[in-house]
Ligand binder design. Structure first.
Ligand code: NAD
Length: 475
């Protein structure tokens, strides 16, 4: 039995399989992006260990699916209590491996815990009606089996717990796989749950590039809940075809923000700065294209440029840090490449990325001044601290430009006239539109990507339908 007080949160990272911790023959090194030094080594799960985890999850599923919902709800509350009791050591570890400021790491974990509290209050709907011929029909929602939950590196804990809470409430067992860039906090969090979970109900596996494909191909997994890039989402879909796995795919975005001419420029620039640069822009729903009306463009550019020039990134553990480093070397190089391409194309900069001398993958918030619509910085998802500010002239034009994207994740509209903003909002092809705010994500609001941004839904009561199948009983 593991007690959270006995856990060394900063060392000896092990997977959780069948209610026990396990190392592995090989390991992967996890780098602190603020120092480029190792934070620790995570097990590199073998194919045999994956088989063992899935076998134990299948075993746990047999009794969990028959466990009364009140007991499942109670377990969700116990998980929330346990995570809340270890926020501080988890947050420090999350900052070291992910890079984000300590306050943001703490916030991520505490907010994600609310998903357990919300789903602990939910039930599975049962539909009943009588057919014209007199037959009584009961429509039940039944759990699917073993869920493979695959998370990215930008919000490792939220993206894992958004899946875990509804999957468990619905009666499924879970095999959870964090990103190889940020596996450590997830492993420790799951280790800290061992003594309150039935063995095998939640397995946490870390590994390199093989592990994701093994999970999405494995016949012992019934559903994949995936958050990551659109390219990987396509690969998951292909390899899930063999046993027709159920899929939820939360993928990339290139979210437009539309600023109407009646806004308070200073106030909106302040809010939009954080809508674009929170977590260094490494947020699926960051504002990634900011369209500003021609009549206020120059004032807006001056205001947001000033904020960017006075907001420097710093190591996440440093007192007062508001932005950390970019999370990993690959992403750092990709973002620097986009900045270099913008410079080579002769584009103007409202704020500069700063020096790349290191140590650490630091890039200051960089704003590109009105690039052409076909520039790479407008068309691609940078997923880093660089954003284009774009000039528009009329509403129809900006809506067309906003919608000319393969993505449809989220968007925002900024205006004093909120009714006018809503008229714009309904014409945007995205699963979420915020008006005069951004990043309001809650367990009670369904979150869903349109077009190449995903399939299915997370959050809301709607997600419970994604973790269950239908059984109609007619008598
Ligand atoms: P990624 O697609 O590279 O990796 C995501 C996860 O998938 C990782 O755990 C990775 O190890 C795993 N993986 C890689 N190849 C796999 C395969 N073939 N089969 C199964 N799993 C595989 O994404 P990332 O770089 O970690 O995250 C950044 C991307 O995630 C961005 O595009 C961002 O917009 C997106 N994202 C989307 C949301 C959302 O809710 N829509 C939220 C956060 C991030």
């Amino acid at each position: 039995m593991t007690r959270q007080n006995d856990i060394d949160f900063l060392g000896d990272f092990r997977m959780v399989i069948d209610g026990r911790t396990e190392g592995s023959e090989k390991t992967i090194e996890v780098i602190n992006p603020a120092t480029e030094q190792p934070v620790g080594h995570a097990p590199d799960c073998s194919a045999d260990q994956l088989d063992a985890a899935i076998a134990s999850a299948r075993q746990a599923f047999m009794s969990w699916k028959a466990t009364p919902i009140a007991e499942r709800q109670a377990l969700l509350r116990a998980i929330a209590d346990r995570i809340e009791s270890i926020v501080e050591p988890l947050a420090l570890l999350l900052t070291r491996e992910q890079g984000k400021p300590l306050a943001d790491a703490r916030g991520e974990i505490l907010r994600a815990t609310q998903w357990f509290r919300f789903y602990a209050e939910q039930d599975l709907p049962v539909g009943r009606h009588t057919e014209p011929g007199g037959q009584e029909v009961t429509v039940r929602r039944v759990p699917l089996g073993v869920v493979g939950a695959i998370a990215p590196w930008n919000y490792p804990i939220s993206m894992a717990l958004w899946k875990l809470a509804p999957a468990l409430l619905a009666g499924n067992a879970v095999v959870l796989k964090p990103s190889p860039f940020t596996p450590l906090t997830t492993l420790k969090l799951c280790e800290a749950l061992i003594d309150i979970l039935p063995p095998g109900l939640v397995n946490a596996l870390s590994g390199g590039d093989n592990l994701g494909p093994w999970i999405s191909e494995h016949p012992g997994i019934d559903k994949i809940a995936f958050t990551g890039s659109t390219a990987t989402g396509r690969a998951v879909m292909r390899s899930s075809a063999a046993n027709l796995k159920r899929l939820t795919l939360e993928l990339g975005g290139n979210d437009p923000a539309i600023v109407l001419p009646d806004v308070d420029v200073e106030e909106t620039a302040g809010k939009l700065f954080w809508a674009a640069f929170r977590n260094n822009g490494q947020l699926c729903v960051a504002a990634k294209r900011i369209y500003v009306h021609d009549s206020i463009y120059d004032d807006f550019a001056a205001a947001i440029g000033k904020i960017a020039r006075s907001t420097a990134p710093a190591p996440g553990e440093q007192e007062g840090a508001v932005l950390g480093p970019v999370q990993n070397r690959i992403q750092y190089d990709k973002v620097r490449g986009l900045i270099a391409a913008s410079r080579a194309a002769g584009l103007g900069f409202l704020s500069e990325p700063g020096s790349f001398d290191g140590p650490g993958f630091f890039i200051a918030p960089t704003i590109i001044d009105n690039p052409p619509e076909d520039a790479r910085i407008v068309q691609e998802e940078p997923f880093g601290p660089v954003v284009p500010l774009l000039r528009y002239h009329d509403i129809d034009e900006v809506i067309r430009r906003a919608n000319e994207s393969e993505y449809g994740l989220a968007a925002s509209v900024w205006a004093k006239d909120a009714d006018l903003a809503e008229e714009v909002a309904v014409r945007i092809e995205s699963g979420t539109v915020w008006i005069n705010t951004a990043h309001i994500l809650s367990p009670s609001i369904p979150f869903s990507g349109r077009k190449q941004s995903g399939i299915g839904v997370e959050n809301g009561k709607e997600v419970l339908l994604e973790y269950t199948g239908i059984q109609a009983i007619i008598r």
